[in-house]
Structure formats: C-alpha cells, structure tokens
Design a protein around this ligand. Structure first.
Ligand SMILES: *[C@@H]1O[C@H](CO)[C@@H](O)[C@H](O)[C@H]1NC(C)=O
Ligand SMILES: *[C@@H]1O[C@H](CO)[C@@H](O)[C@H](O)[C@H]1NC(C)=O
Ligand SMILES: *[C@@H]1O[C@H](CO)[C@@H](O)[C@H](O)[C@H]1NC(C)=O
Ligand SMILES: *[C@@H]1O[C@H](CO)[C@@H](O)[C@H](O)[C@H]1NC(C)=O
Ligand SMILES: *[C@@H]1O[C@H](CO)[C@@H](O)[C@H](O)[C@H]1NC(C)=O
Ligand SMILES: *[C@@H]1O[C@H](CO)[C@@H](O)[C@H](O)[C@H]1NC(C)=O
Ligand SMILES: *[C@@H]1O[C@H](CO)[C@@H](O)[C@H](O)[C@H]1NC(C)=O
Ligand SMILES: *[C@@H]1O[C@H](CO)[C@@H](O)[C@H](O)[C@H]1NC(C)=O
Length: 656
C-alpha cells in the first residue's frame, strides 16, 4: 500500500518535474499556446503585438507548472529570465507594455488590453481571487494605477497598482550606481525574476542583453505567495498596445523551478524600426548616363518646387524636440493635401483634417492654426511639447506639431466619434443614454483632475466645453485642446488682453480679472454638466431675441424643488434619478458665481464616485438674488463684449 503510494507520487513528481525546466533560445520550434496578436515570426521571435493599435496578445508555456508541493504548502523557489525588445514607430511614443505572468489559467483572453496589459480588467482589478503575479514593463504613465512614470518595472499581485516599482534601470557592477534604460528604445534587454520560497523574497533584475546579470536587483520585494499561488500555475507573457504603434518582442526565455534558470545564448535579432523612406529622387538619378543631365535638371526643379511647397520653419532651439516635430510633407501626404474631403470641422482657431500618417496606419486629426505673430513662439512650442507628454485616457493625445510661415499644425489622436456637442444636439443621430452621458462626465472630470492636480505642472484647460470633449471608439469622453488657448494669450495681439473661452462657459469673474484659474475651469465644467444633463446649450437664443442662461434656468427649477424637470426630454425619462439629481446639483455647485464656493476637481471626482456626499446646495445658494445676479451678469457680459474678443467656436473638431 505504502509502496503503491510512493510509486504514485514518484510518477506524479516525474510527470510534473518534466516541465520544471525549459529553455528557448529563440522560439522557432517552440510549442507555446498563443492568442490575440501573439505569433512566432519566421526569425524565431515571439511577437506579442504587431504594430496595430489597441490590441493584446498572450503566450503561455502550454503545460502547467507545479509551484507547490501540496495545495496548502508554501510556494517553491523559481527562477526565470527572458530577453525582450520594444519597437515603436516613434522613438518617444509607445504603449502599453509587456508583463511576465504567473496565472491559474493560460487563457487570459477575457482581460482588458491597454493599461491593463491584458492581465486584468476593470472588473477583476484588485481581486484576490485572481491569483495572479506579474512583472510589468510599463511604458505608459497611468495615474489610476499610481504609476511612477512612463518607463518603469513593477511587481503586481492581483492588482495593476504595483506593490513595488522603479524606473527602468540596471546596476552597473562595482560602480555603486544604477544606469537608466529606456524600455522603448528598441534595444535588446533582459529581465531576471527570482523567487526565494524560504526567504519569501521576489527579485527583479533588469539589464542589457549581452552583459552579465547585474549583481544587485532593480526590485526586491518580500512577498508571501502562499495564498496567491495555486499548486499548478501557468507561466507566460502578456502584452497590449495603446494608441501608439508598438511591437513587443520576446527573444528568448528560460525557466527553472528550485534552481537557477539556464542562461540565454544566440538569440535572434530584432527587426529595425521601420523608417519612412522619403526620396524617390535616387531612383530617378539611376536612370542612366544619357538622361542624367535632363533628370538632374528635372530633379533640381522639383526640389525647388518641393522646397517651396513643403517649406517649414525650423529653428535651432526646436531641434531638441525631435519626435514631436512632424515634417510638413508627412502631414501633407497624411491628409492627401489638406483636401476638403478630409475636413472634420472648422473652428475659431482653424480647420481640422483627418489623416493617416504615411508608412504607418496611425490615424490622426491635424489642426491647422493660422498664426502671424512670432512673439512667444518659443515658449508656446515648449509648452506644446510639454503638453505632448501628458498621458491620460481622458485626454486627446497630442502627438506633435509642425510649424510653417504663418501657420501652425497640431497633430492629435483621431477620435472616431467626434465631439460631444454633435452627439448631444444633432437631431439626425440617435440620442445618448444616461449611462453613456454619466460615463462621459466622469471621464472628463478625471481628465481635468489630472490636468489640475496630478501632472507635474498645473495645466489650466481654459476652454472646457462640449465641443472640446471628443469621444473615442468606446464613447469615452476625452478633453481636447488644453493649453491651446494660450496661443492667443501669448501673442497674437499683445495690446489687448484677450479673454479666451466660450460664452456660457465663462466664469463671471473672468472678464473682470482676465485670469484663468483652476476655478474658472471648474465653472465651465459645471456648465458642461448642466448641458449634458439638460440637453440644452449654456446660452440659448429665443426667437424673440431673448437669451436663456441655462444656469439661471436650472437654478430656478431647483429653487422650486423641481430640479429633475431639467432632464433632457430626449432621455424620455430613462435615467437613474439619483445620478441625474447629483449631476444637476453638482453643475450648480461648480458654476457658483462666487469662486470660493466652487469645489476642486478632486472633490468633484469624490462626489461623482459617491465617496463623499454633495454638500447641501441651500447653504451655498442662500442669497435669493443670486439667480437674478447671474442672469444679469451673464447677459451683460455677453452684450458688453464684442463677440470678436471671444473665441466662440470650437478648437478641435470645429464648432457648431
Ligand atoms: C496585426 O494583427 C492583426 C490581427 O491579427 C492583423 O489583422 C493585422 O493585419 C496585423 N498587422 C500587421 C502589421 O501585421
Ligand atoms: C504542445 O504542448 C501541448 C501541451 O503540452 C501538447 O498537448 C501538444 O501536443 C504539443 N504540440 C506539439 C506540436 O508538440
Ligand atoms: C478563453 O476564455 C474565453 C472567455 O473567457 C472563451 O470564450 C474562450 O473560448 C476560451 N478559449 C479557449 C481556447 O479555451
Ligand atoms: C490596488 O492596490 C492599491 C494600492 O495598494 C489600492 O489602493 C487599491 O484599492 C487596490 N485596488 C483594488 C481594486 O482593490
Ligand atoms: C533616471 O530616471 C529617473 C526618472 O526619469 C530620473 O529621476 C533620474 O534622475 C534618472 N537618473 C539618471 C542617472 O539619469
Ligand atoms: C534578492 O536580492 C537580495 C539583495 O540583493 C539578495 O540578498 C537575495 O539573495 C536575492 N534573492 C534571490 C532569490 O535572488
Ligand atoms: C557582476 O557581479 C556578479 C556578481 O559579483 C558577477 O557574477 C558578474 O559577472 C558581474 N558582471 C559584470 C558585468 O562584471
Ligand atoms: C504566509 O502566508 C500564509 C498564509 O496566509 C501563512 O500561513 C504563513 O504564516 C505566512 N508566512 C510568513 C512567513 O509570514
């Protein structure tokens, strides 16, 4: 009996231990279970994502690995190392990253890509029943997960918020210092993950491929995996891409239980970053000696023509901005010559075109802004470039710019669903449900909170309004055009102080002080809340020439105890009454005429999330005359100012 048992265990041990040590120097003949975009290339590279946007892929060792001696036992020691490389279209833009995963299942297809790296989803994030351990190589800064920056290595346990994370870097032996690495540089790098089951310590070491393993790990976390890990687990990789074209490669992988993973040798090389070929000129020149002269003349002429046609302004100080600078020719080609066919809209600041950057499939919106003055240009561009570093899922990503004489071109991520005001007010399109509206509101609030409080600098948007809220493929609200209003502040006409913003969204103190603040943004956000809930513009013109100020109208309804009457009739009564009530009251609170009474965006977020109850409006709107003051002040401020000193139109995808 005992013998039978022993033999049984021996066989079991044998069956399992077969899989406890494996080594792939390249994956040409590897048997992995792949899904999504993951594939093995003819060069033997494991490509987790190809360069297409917003995709994910997984690759797992096909058989489970025994991580414990018994279901209730403690996790055993293991060691693994892999080589990877990330190649992205633009040298400073990429997304989202790679994760090494230990998971109870080799089927992670149900998880979310993008910032969840294909290992978790909004529903499962933070849940201890995931039984998931991951080492993330994250190339996007995401404040939702308390990321430290857009180039870090982290240890995740059931939660996208890492238990330990550091900027990608490696220890240089003997030098007593860590040297920074850029994950998306396209260089081949190596990661070692070592777990000591007795000491309950997980080490992660990063290095450059070809150098020996640094003697000090990048991350070293005490981690009791007893309850996290099951007896049998799968190991593999997951990767996802965001808005930027990026390919994530694994070149080789070695794994061993209860020992040191064997070293990687003779790994395949990475493909080069695809660069856009520019000149077909060389082709022409090789046509033959007889035609050479003719061709040279022709080419000469064409170069001159091209030079004029595609000329741009580039000054010494701009050279540093490298990847943020697009060539005019690329933008010209992307938009097929700025043809009206690709026109997305016309706004106060200029025309916006849809385009596809040549050589890649990246869809963009290109805004042409005419700008005569050179004054403040350097500061403005520095600001644009710094804004290009803002990353948040509720902001329209600014990819870069191009500058020509009298003209400035801004390149943004393309937003397939256009702007919020078009969806709200276009009769031809089906109305939006309350859930969609509420989700958009929360998204915009989170984007604005990021600008105000979560980025390294405070960014005042200055022009929050429905036409500046763009909707991505999943109808998430994203704020566009932040900071662009500065272009007008900076210098178009230095003699007059322009108040930039849009009627109906302008805080009453703005025309007086001329100074945009976080609280003037909050005021505009309040107007946006009312607009979305009521389905009415902040200021509507009646047939008799009267103006109705939405804020005053909503306030009157609230005072007679019937704020819910403000609900957009297009909702046909289909809404969550509590949420609607919250949004309407929060709108009134944010748009309070006295700046000190307005909440901060952080508070707004807490109210919207239901974490903190909304303060009683009556204590804040005590003064009975507030409504009248408001109606008058807003109308006055409208009639007093000549319309031309306001930018009454949209910036990004055009106006009304
Ligand atoms: C990337 O993968 C997707 C899905 O497998 C495929 O449709 C697309 O053609 C691939 N793109 C490239 C550049 O290989
Ligand atoms: C790959 O591995 C799986 C699981 O170990 C096995 O069932 C399958 O037969 C293997 N396929 C090949 C082609 O070796
Ligand atoms: C993976 O899981 C998804 C849903 O979670 C399921 O639809 C799919 O069939 C599974 N794939 C495999 C190969 O088991
Ligand atoms: C994930 O971890 C962070 C930090 O420990 C924590 O604040 C957050 O609540 C966790 N997320 C969930 C969904 O539990
Ligand atoms: C490494 O990068 C971090 C984060 O970007 C930065 O704070 C640090 O100064 C860099 N260290 C060196 C030596 O460049
Ligand atoms: C982890 O790193 C620490 C500090 O360098 C070291 O003392 C320990 O032995 C390492 N553990 C493993 C499992 O590599
Ligand atoms: C770094 O130090 C470790 C341990 O002392 C050693 O094994 C390794 O060869 C060294 N690497 C280099 C590049 O000197
Ligand atoms: C590890 O976790 C298990 C289960 O929670 C617990 O029983 C054990 O005491 C822990 N070990 C240490 C060293 O804390």
């Amino acid at each position: 009996m005992v013998l039978r048992f022993l033999i049984f265990f021996f066989l079991l041990e044998l069956a399992v231990s077969n899989n406890e040590d494996f080594l792939f120097n390249g994956f040409r003949s590897a048997n992995l279970s792949l899904d999504g975009t993951a594939e093995i290339t003819s060069d033997g590279l494991l490509r987790l994502t190809n360069s297409t946007k917003l995709l994910k892929g997984h690759a797992f060792y096909p058989a489970p690995i025994r991580f414990k001696r018994s279901p209730a036992g403690k996790a055993l020691s293991f060691s693994t190392t892999f080589a990877f490389g990330i190649i992205s279209e633009y040298s400073q833009l990429s997304g989202n990253g790679i994760a090494f995963v230990i998971s109870p299942s080799s089927n992670l297809t149900a998880n979310t890509g993008s910032q969840y790296l294909g290992i978790l989803s909004p529903r499962t994030n933070g849940d201890a029943t995931n039984h998931l351990v991951a080492v993330e190589l994250d190339t996007i800064y995401n404040p939702d997960f308390q990321d430290i920056n857009d180039n870090h290595v982290g240890i995740d346990v059931n939660n996208m918020t890492s238990i330990a994370a550091k900027t990608a870097s490696y220890y240089v032996n003997g030098s007593n210092e860590f040297r920074n690495l850029t994950l998306i540089s396209g260089e081949r790098m190596q990661v070692w993950v070592d777990y000591d089951g007795d000491g309950m310590q997980l080490n992660v070491t990063l290095g450059l491929l070809g150098l020996t393993k640094p003697s000090i790990p990048l991350l070293s976390a005490s981690l009791n995996l007893t309850d996290v890990i099951h007896e049998q687990m799968y190991v593999g990789f997951s990767s996802s891409t965001g808005s930027f074209l990026s390919s994530h490669y694994i070149l080789g992988w070695s794994f061993k239980m209860n020992g040191v993973a064997r070293p990687l040798v003779d790994l395949p090389s990475l493909p080069r970053r695809t660069s856009h070929s520019r000149l077909a000129l060389a082709l022409w020149l090789s046509l033959g000696a007889v035609l050479l002269l003719l061709v040279l003349i022709a080419a000469g002429v064409s170069v001159v023509v091209r030079k004029i046609k595609f000329s741009e302004l580039l000054e010494d100080w701009e050279v540093d901005y490298g990847p943020h600078r697009f060539s005019y020719k690329d933008l010209y080609d992307a938009t097929k010559g700025f043809k009206d066919k690709g026109l997305l809209g016309v706004g106060g600041f200029g025309r916006v075109y849809r385009g596809v950057i040549p050589g890649s499939k990246i869809e963009v919106a290109v805004k042409k802004v005419s700008h005569q003055s050179r004054q403040g240009m350097k500061e403005f561009i520095a600001e644009i470039v710094s804004i290009g570093r803002l990353r948040h899922r509720n902001l329209v990503q600014l990819l870069g710019y191009c500058r020509r004489k009298g003209e400035f071109l801004l390149v943004y991520d393309y937003m397939p669903n256009g702007s919020l005001d078009k969806l709200l007010f276009n009769q031809a399109r089906p109305g939006m449900t309350w859930n969609q509206r509420f989700n958009i509101i929360k998204g915009v609030a989170s984007g604005l909170l990021y600008l105000h409080e979560e980025w390294e600098k405070v960014v005042i948007h200055r022009d929050v309004k429905a036409s500046n809220v763009l909707l991505d493929g999943e109808l998430n609200g994203r704020l566009g055009d932040f900071g662009l209003a500065r272009l007008y502040d900076h210098g178009n006409d230095p003699r007059t102080t322009h108040v930039v913003g849009t009627m109906g969204y302008l805080a009453p103190e703005l025309p007086r002080t001329g100074k945009a603040t976080k609280l003037t943004d909050v005021f505009a956000f309040g107007a946006l809340l009312l607009e979305v809930a009521c389905g009415r513009r902040p200021i509507e013109h009646q047939a008799q020439g009267d103006e109705v100020v939405l804020l005053a109208w909503a306030l009157r309804n609230w005072r007679r105890g019937a704020i819910i009457d403000c609900a957009d009739p297009k909702l046909r009564g289909q809404y969550d009454a509590e949420e609607l009530d919250l949004v309407l009251k929060l709108g009134l609170l944010c748009s309070h005429p006295v700046p000190a009474n307005r909440p901060t965006m952080r508070q707004v977020m807490q109210y919207l999330d239901g974490d903190v109850p909304l303060p009683e409006l009556s204590t804040i709107y005590l003064d009975a005359s507030v409504v009248e003051v408001l109606q008058n002040e807003m109308s006055d401020c409208y009639s007093m100012s000549s319309p031309s000193s306001f930018s009454t139109d949209s910036l990004l995808y055009g106006g009304r």
